[in-house]
Design a protein around this ligand. Structure first.
Ligand code: C5P
Length: 240
């Protein structure tokens, strides 16, 4: 269903407000993305409160450390019952393999299904020049492709990518690899600080599995109606 593809980014630290929004979006969104800000403020107990609203949770904590440490973190995170969590592909193959295994172990420990484990390739805040500064003398686009293929080989379920990377990665990584895409704006929403935006229908047509949308929904006078309207655009893109 088109609504299942829509994850709402709750970029907020207030637990009560997040819970209220989670409840009001029931049935109008496929899940919620919570990240480091939320986690630093509310911890695992805060995540558990959102999981309890029965919304699917994308736990966007972008783990990046040695394999043993990431495995430990992923095992605990998976036991909280998220639908999806992520790590940095730049942590390397052994780290990603350890993350995939630990996700299965952590979820099994509490009798929950294994979360999707996806990778962040190159942060969209980094330019070709920024990569050169850290010793990676390759264009961003090449590095994104390289890391996406490495994530797939390491047994991960997909990657987060920008709208402009979707079509290329879909062709490169095959139909089963999940592509999770932020930077989505319906025509009626402001672009805010997003520089390269795409409409929900186009992103899905190009191969996105999940769309992450924040402010157009969380900042709308009626978030539920905004989410529904975006789900309708997704439906149109899914059946071209
Ligand atoms: O409010 P907006 O729709 O711009 O929120 C998009 C969400 O996706 C935010 O949580 C943002 O941090 C995240 N994100 C992004 N671009 C990336 C990766 C993540 O906008 N490349």
């Amino acid at each position: 269903m088109s609504v299942d593809r829509l994850f709402v980014a709750l970029d907020m630290v207030e637990l009560d407000a997040a819970q209220k929004l989670a409840r009001s979006l029931a049935g109008s969104a496929g899940g919620l993305k919570i990240g480091l800000e939320f986690f630093a403020a509310n911890g695992p107990a805060g995540v558990a409160r959102l999981v309890a609203t029965r919304q699917r949770i994308f736990l966007d904590l972008k783990f990046h450390d040695i394999p043993n440490t990431v495995a430990g973190a992923v095992r605990s995170a998976a036991a909280l019952g998220p639908y999806m969590l992520n790590v940095h592909a730049a942590g390397g193959r052994a780290m990603m393999e350890a993350a995939a295994k630990a996700a299965a172990e952590g979820a099994a420990r509490v009798g929950k299904p294994k979360p999707l484990v996806i990778a962040v390739t190159v942060l969209t805040s980094l330019s070709d020049e920024d990569l050169r500064d850290v010793g990676q003398a390759v264009p961003v686009a090449d590095q994104v492709k390289r890391l996406a293929l490495l994530a797939r080989k390491s047994g991960l379920d997909g990657v987060v990518c920008s709208a402009r990377e979707v079509a290329g990665l879909r062709a490169e990584c095959g139909p089963e690899f999940k592509l999770v895409v932020p930077g989505i704006r319906p025509s009626w929403a402001a672009s805010n600080d997003q520089k390269r935006i795409m409409g929900p229908g186009d992103a899905v047509t190009q191969g996105a599995d999940f769309l992450v949308v924040g402010r157009p929904i969380t900042g709308a006078p009626d978030p539920r109606a905004a989410a529904r309207s975006i789900a309708q655009e997704i439906a149109k893109g899914a059946t071209p």
